[in-house]
Design a protein around this ligand. Structure first.
Ligand SMILES: [Zn+2]
Length: 65
């Protein structure tokens, strides 16, 4: 199992719900929400893209979709 460092500078800049990029310039950058859970927790929560370190505003507003 890969160790995930909390202070890792290499963030995975995509939404862990829909997989859309939230990098600067995508239009999702401003309203992205950092997901503070670790990858194992995200997998346990059945997220589709557990490696993503963020949640986009759209998925945060519509958690069931
Ligand atoms: Zn999303």
């Amino acid at each position: 199992m890969e160790l995930i460092k909390f202070d890792s500078p290499e963030l995975h800049q995509f939404c862990n719900h829909c997989g859309e990029s939230v990098e600067f310039g995508t239009g999702r950058f401003v309203n992205r929400i950092p997901d503070l859970n670790n990858t194992e927790t995200r997998i346990a929560n059945n997220l589709t893209f557990p490696l993503g370190d963020f949640l986009c505003e759209e998925c945060d507003s519509n958690p069931q979709t």
